[in-house]
Structures are given as structure tokens and as C-alpha cells.
Write a protein that binds this ligand. Structure first.
Ligand code: ADP
Ligand code: MG
Length: 400
């Protein structure tokens, strides 16, 4: 992968050039209010660098999952506004992605200007499985730029027009955000400082099967919490009440437990669980033993004893990767487990990495600062796929 500086050298400088940047501005919104602007803040450095080089910066990004046509609630307007505030510069938003508005906005740019084109996923070509349809949209995108910079780490595992196909059409480079992410993830896969502890939680086991399998041979200890823990407890023959459960993953999970045993990797499951009769704010919560959950209750967080045990294991670690909240941290009653793990990560003597959109939001919502962690990844799926050893199409496609 080339850096922006190397790309600039190869095309005789970026002054006056239209640089198409794929950023990840996919932030959580409450109406038009951004509840966590972490990804926008992470995108600023590359955009500011390009402006500093005199480029005309055309930003491509997506928000949410629109179905290939414009939808007001998925407009990039709030993200473009926030980007302008963070850059202390005017950022204009085209009302379409590759249509008249975008073309006119780009034609009118001066050196150092920033234009955000509207949500790339308003166009069916962006995510199409059909190479020709995606390619046709990538042609339209490519017409807006002279060179391409891939800086949306959260989407590099996607074979999409603005991530993948565009790189076949323009001289390209990886932005600093992507290079930084890859650098940290490489440290997790190549000879990590030991003990190497991985904490996994979140809602679905099936999302994380691949990474569990690959980490079974690399990590020293796996701490498991969150909604996925109940599939593990059930696999061990315990009652899990009305908790999240993926029946179809029970065999896979049994396999992992056996595999971990053989490999000498410790899988630590919670010994106590915070339960409630429904998932609602202010529902009375109680703590029960993990091997005797009442049949009418839902497990919504790891219990205090488990939190202490997880914290103890983490205290001795030199490398930690954490993906997935330990409980339904969005509600105060079920946030203690996630808070304990986050706190333990801030005290690691070594490298601590938080991956996953909800995990990153959780640490910020719970009041931790980004600088208390070694690295907070902007990409959940992308970081997991990298750790699984998969090829990321948006990285693979870039000029070496
Ligand atoms: P990330 O985005 O960090 O990869 P996930 O998307 O896998 O994490 O999971 C995040 C979600 O998991 C959160 O919204 C949280 O409420 C939910 N969650 C955590 N524990 C539980 C649980 N015990 N039951 C149901 N949902 C849970
Ligand atoms: Mg998530």
C-alpha cells in the first residue's frame, strides 16, 4: 500500500488535484443528533492532510443501510456538518452522489475545498453483487476524482464500488487511518506480547465464530461475556432462561470448547449473571449463579464476581483485544460488566485494543477517553476479519 505522500510524489503533487477519499462517517444518530462522533474525528487527519497539500477533497461515505435509493434519515448532512466543525472549514454536501449536484459541486471547487457527496448507498451500484453494475457506479464515482485515497477502515472488508472497484480506476493510496489500523492489528497477529487475552462479547456468536476459531490458536485466554455467553453456557448443559441463544451454534461452540482444551487455551465464562424478567429500563435486576439461571429470566450482564475474575485475568495481560460489550450497556442496570472490562483495559501494561462499533461507543458513553486505550478501532467487522486472517478486498485492491 502506498501512503498519501507516495501517491502525491507519483502524480507530481496533489495541488489542484481532485482527491476522492473514502471515509467512514457512519456514526450513530438519534434523529439528526450524532451520539458518538468518533469515526468522524478519526477521519479528520487524512482530510486535513489532503487540504494542506492543496487538494480538492471529495469525500465519499455511507450512513446506515439504505436500500439503494435516497432516504432522508440516512442523509450525510449531520456528518458533513460535524466534519466542517472539526476541520474548522466549510464543508459542502452535494444532494446526490454522482448526479448534477455532485458534479456541479466538484466543478466549483478551489484548492483546499472539501465536498461530501451524499450517501454512496443511495445508489444500488454501491453494494451490488453484480460486478458490472458495481463497476458502472464506480466509473461514475471515478469521474469525480483524479486519485483515490482509501481511509474508511470500517468498510475495507466490503467489496463495494466506493471501496474496491474505484481503486481499479484511479491511482490510489491508503490513508493514515487505514495504515494505523492495519499496523495495530498486525501487532495482534504477529508475535503479540504474552499473555495475550481476548475479551469477546456482544450480541451474536454467529458474527464472531470465525474470530473465535482463529484466536483459539493464538491467544492465551479468551474471556467471554455479552449475549453470546448463553450459547456457551447452554452448550455446557446449563439453563439460560429467556436469554439470547443461538441454538444452531451449539455444536460449533462445543467444538471450540473442546479445541481450546486440546490447545491449552483457557476459555473463561462468567460464573454469575445479572438477570431481569424483561429488557427494560428500571426493571429490578438480580444476580444469579451462571449454572442455575431461573427459566423465566433474561441474562443481561456478567455478574460482579465474573467482572472481578475477568479484571484479574486482564491485570496480568500484556496484549488485549476486546470486541463486544459484556452486557446491555445502553441501560445503566446492565453496564457494570462492560465498565469493569473497560477500566481493566485502561490499566494494561502493554497494548490494549478495542474493536467494534458498539464497544467503542460503550467506552465513550461510560466516560472513558480514547487516549486511555492503546487503540480504538473504527472498524468492527473489518478488524475481526483481519484477525481471522481473511483477505480484506479494500486493502488487497490497493496498489502495493
Ligand atoms: P460490536 O459492535 O462492538 O462488535 P456487537 O454489535 O456484537 O458489538 O454487540 C453489541 C450489542 O450487544 C449491544 O447493543 C448490547 O446491548 C448487546 N448485548 C450485550 N450483552 C447482551 C445480552 N446479555 N443480551 C442481549 N444483548 C446483549
Ligand atoms: Mg455492533
Amino acid at each position: 500500500m502506498r501512503t498519501v505522500a507516495q501517491l502525491a510524489d507519483s502524480v507530481g503533487g496533489l495541488t489542484g488535484k481532485r482527491v476522492l477519499v473514502r471515509s467512514d462517517l457512519n456514526v450513530p444518530l438519534d434523529g439528526a443528533r450524532i451520539t458518538d462522533d468518533g469515526r468522524i474525528r478519526a477521519s479528520v487527519t487524512t482530510i486535513a492532510d489532503l487540504r494542506g497539500r492543496g487538494a480538492k477533497v471529495v469525500v465519499m461515505a455511507h450512513l446506515g443501510r439504505p436500500k439503494g435509493e435516497p432516504e432522508d434519515r440516512y442523509s450525510l448532512a449531520p456528518a458533513a456538518r460535524r466534519l466542517g466543525e472539526l476541520l474548522s472549514a466549510e464543508v459542502s454536501l452535494a444532494t446526490d452522489t454522482v448526479g448534477e449536484s455532485a458534479t456541479a459541486a466538484v466543478d466549483a471547487m478551489s484548492d483546499g475545498d472539501v465536498v461530501v457527496v451524499e450517501n454512496v448507498r443511495f445508489n444500488p451500484g454501491e453494494t451490488s453483487k453484480d460486478d458490472a453494475e458495481r463497476g458502472a457506479f464506480a466509473d461514475q464515482l471515478a469521474a469525480l476524482g483524479d486519485v483515490f485515497v482509501s481511509d474508511g477502515f470500517g468498510v475495507v472488508h466490503r467489496k463495494q464500488a466506493s471501496v474496491y472497484d474505484i481503486a481499479h480506476r484511479l491511482p490510489n493510496a491508503a490513508g493514515g487511518l487505514v495504515l494505523g489500523e492495519i499496523d495495530v492489528l498486525r501487532r495482534l497477529t504477529e508475535d503479540p506480547d504474552r499473555p495475550y487475552v481476548v475479551v469477546l462479547g456482544g450480541s451474536k456468536v454467529s458474527d464472531k465464530l470465525g474470530v473465535i476459531e482463529s484466536l483459539l490458536t493464538k491467544a492465551d485466554t479468551l474471556l467471554i461475556g455479552g449475549g453470546m455467553v448463553f450459547t456457551f453456557l447452554k452448550a455446557q448443559g446449563h439453563e439460560v432462561g429467556a436469554s439470547l441463544l443461538e441454538e444452531d451454534q451449539l455444536d460449533a461452540v462445543r467444538g471450540y470448547l473442546a479445541q481450546a482444551d486440546d490447545a491449552g487455551v483457557e476459555i473463561v465464562l462468567p460464573t454469575d449473571v445479572v438477570v431481569a424478567s424483561e429488557l427494560k429500563e428500571d426493571t429490578p435486576a438480580t444476580v444469579v449463579a451462571a449454572d442455575s439461571m431461573p427459566a423465566d429470566q433474561i441474562g443481561l450482564d456478567i455478574g460482579p464476581e465474573s467482572a472481578r475474575q475477568f479484571t484479574d485475568v486482564l491485570a496480568g495481560a500484556h496484549t488485549v483485544f476486546w470486541n463486544g460489550p459484556m452486557g446491555v450497556f445502553e441501560m445503566a442496570e446492565f453496564a457494570a460488566g462492560t465498565r469493569a472490562v473497560a477500566q481493566a483495559l485502561t490499566e494494561i501494561d502493554g497494548l490494549s485494543v478495542v474493536g467494534g462499533g458498539d464497544s467503542a461507543s460503550a467506552v465513550r458513553k461510560l466516560g472513558f477517553g480514547d487516549d486511555q486505550f492503546g487503540h480504538i478501532s473504527t472498524g468492527g467487522g473489518a478488524s475481526l476479519e483481519y484477525l481471522e486472517g481473511k483477505t480484506l478486498p479494500g486493502i488487497d485492491v490497493l496498489t502495493p
